[in-house]
Design a protein around this ligand. Structure first.
Ligand code: GRF
Length: 192
């Protein structure tokens, strides 16, 4: 069984979609949720789904082995960042080299990097006059939104679009494609 830990900071709609997709999967299991915001709605989702979770703070994440120890204790094989807003610290990157997957709500390398998250991304895309946006699913390394791209999907950006209407289209793409992209990546890694 491949154990998958999810890191999230907010609403958790991607966490929900991933948890539902793998609920009865024969070889991939969501083992744990890690969250850096104790009042984030994603924790409520984990409770409703019966998925164990750990809430942690900056000190525990960057100045101790607390989270890394939790990852070992939960026998985590892969990490998925589903709306997680902090940079992953080096010790975790080292242990999970090429086994951390992130989703970004734009077509990287454009509209990525530190500070580019949530509606800020969609506002920048609309301000750019681009006629399409989309999602990028990629491996995570030491630099924000920089690792190898695994999958991209696009949607049109209309002159009438707002950050809210574009966010809605992007979320639909995420919920449709992220779970299957994770599955393809994990199964490809075991078939090597
Ligand atoms: C998603 O738009 C994702 O692309 C970005 O953060 C957002 C998380 O949304 N990384 P949710 O918490 O999964 O609803």
């Amino acid at each position: 069984m491949i154990k998958l830990a999810i890191f999230a900071s907010g609403n958790g709609s991607n966490f929900q979609a991933i948890a539902e997709y793998f609920a009865k999967h024969p070889s991939i299991q969501i083992s744990h949720l890690f969250c850096n915001k104790p009042d984030a709605y994603v924790i409520k989702r984990a409770q409703n789904l019966g998925i164990a979770y750990t809430a942690f703070n900056k000190t525990e994440f960057y100045s101790s082995d607390y989270v890394l120890n939790q990852l070992h204790q939960t026998k985590t094989d892969w990490i998925v960042l589903a709306g997680f807003l902090w940079l992953i610290p080096q010790p975790i990157i080292e242990v999970f080299r090429d086994k951390i997957i992130n989703i970004h709500p734009a077509l990287l390398p454009a509209f990525g990097g530190k500070g580019m998250y949530g509606h800020k991304v969609h506002e920048a895309v609309i301000a750019s006059g681009n006629t399409k946006s989309g999602i990028t699913i990629h491996l995570v390394d030491e630099v924000y939104d920089n690792g190898k791209t695994l999958f991209q999907a696009t949607c049109p950006v209309l002159p009438t679009d707002t950050a809210e209407s574009l966010a809605e289209k992007i979320h639909k793409l995420e919920h449709t494609h992220f779970p299957a992209a994770i599955e393809r990546t994990l199964l490809a890694s075991v078939s090597k």
